[in-house]
Design a protein around this ligand. Structure first.
Ligand code: TXA
Ligand code: MG
Length: 319
């Protein structure tokens, strides 16, 4: 039986023994293993059924510790780390040989993040190594924002689940490649582009990702798949058009009234994008187990966290 608790000493012992521990972060739960232990890292890929071409993010609790396995922090990388860590930002930086090719899928760069969660920061502070941790879901599925999500899906594949409550941000980190002064966004996420640009004092480029784009491995166009078909558009119009199906509706703020709707969830009644982001993945999971054929959803405003919400919706809807 899988053990869930709040004991960082159990989590530490499991990690030191080469085990897998689900850790809470402010973005989503991660599936952690000792980043310096190749066998432990290999078991992450196995538990998630994750293809080897999809590199892992390495988590630690201080910039001093990160310097151990990062070949160089450019002044821009340092600026961003100082501004946003601990927080929902992953920096892609040159790696040293301390990080194996298994972690980085053969790239000479490594994704690094200091997560903003008290329990996990205390755990990381006690560890003599950083942890590699992808989101704690089977490959291709929606990321977990609660301990029970991990429990339901990974079951006995994980040695301990450290329960840190509901993830505060609810979307994965924003991934920024920061090499030789160049700044590029590989994945929009829990840190808004506006906040990033405000600190940099300039606009940043967003790398277009697709399954065939090697610049951003793992950023497949179909991901976060909740198992049900999702149609995104004008919900009222879609409701009028669709016949003979049991319908779920995922709206930003306004409830619809229609006899066709079997289940309806609202992301944020007050149109608060932070609240909407926090609710998104749990809502997608709820529709997955509901007795419906199809989910009708709508985009939120394309600003702030709205960009990442729309990105996840698009990819959840992609076939
Ligand atoms: O918020 C998050 O980032 C969560 C929590 C647990 O920290 N983690 C997460 O990990 O979302 P994961 O494995 O689901 O997504 C990691 C993505 C990879 O799919 C890849 O796109 C990118 O990070 N990545 C990691 N290392 C990279 C590298 N060296 N170069 C380019 N992209 C990299
Ligand atoms: Mg993931």
């Amino acid at each position: 039986m899988i053990v869930i608790g709040r004991d960082i000493n159990i989590a530490r012992k499991e990690l030191e023994a080469g085990g897998l521990v689900a850790i809470p972060t402010e973005t989503v739960y991660g599936l952690a293993a000792n980043a310096f232990d190749e066998q432990a890292v290999a078991s992450i890929f196995e538990a998630k059924n994750r293809p080897a071409f999809d590199p892992l993010i390495v988590h630690t609790n201080s910039i001093e510790k990160a310097v151990d396995f990062v070949a160089s922090f450019s002044p821009t990388a340092k600026l961003l780390a100082d501004a946003f860590w601990p927080g929902p930002l992953t920096l892609i930086l040159p790696k040293t040989t301390r990080i194996s090719d298994l972690v980085t899928s053969g790239h000479d760069t490594v994704g690094v993040r200091i997560p903003d969660h008290e329990l996990t920061l205390s755990l990381l502070a006690k560890l003599p190594f950083p942890v590699a941790a992808p989101s704690a879901n089977p490959f291709g599925y929606v990321s977990p924002t609660r301990a029970v999500h991990v429990q339901n899906q990974l079951k006995d594949k994980v040695d301990y689940i450290l329960d840190g409550g509901e993830a505060r941000v609810g979307l994965e980190s924003t991934i920024v490649r920061c090499l030789e002064g160049e700044v590029e966004v590989l994945r929009v996420g829990g840190l808004s582009i506006e906040n990033l640009e405000a600190v940099l004092g300039r606009k940043v480029d967003r790398v277009k990702t697709s399954s065939s784009n090697p610049e951003a491995p793992g950023m497949l166009s179909s991901h976060y798949n909740p198992g049900k078909s999702i149609l995104i558009g004008d919900i009222d119009k879609l409701l009028a058009e669709i016949e003979g199906k049991t319908i779920g509706v995922l709206s930003f703020s306004n409830k619809r009234t229609s006899a066709k709707i079997v289940k309806q969830l609202v992301l944020s009644e007050s149109r608060d994008l932070t609240e909407a982001a926090r609710n998104l993945f749990a809502a997608l999971r709820e529709f997955d187990t509901a007795g419906i054929d199809i989910v009708l959803a709508e985009f939120v405003p394309e600003e702030g966290l709205g960009r990442a919400i729309n990105d996840r919706l698009k990819r959840a809807a992609a076939k």
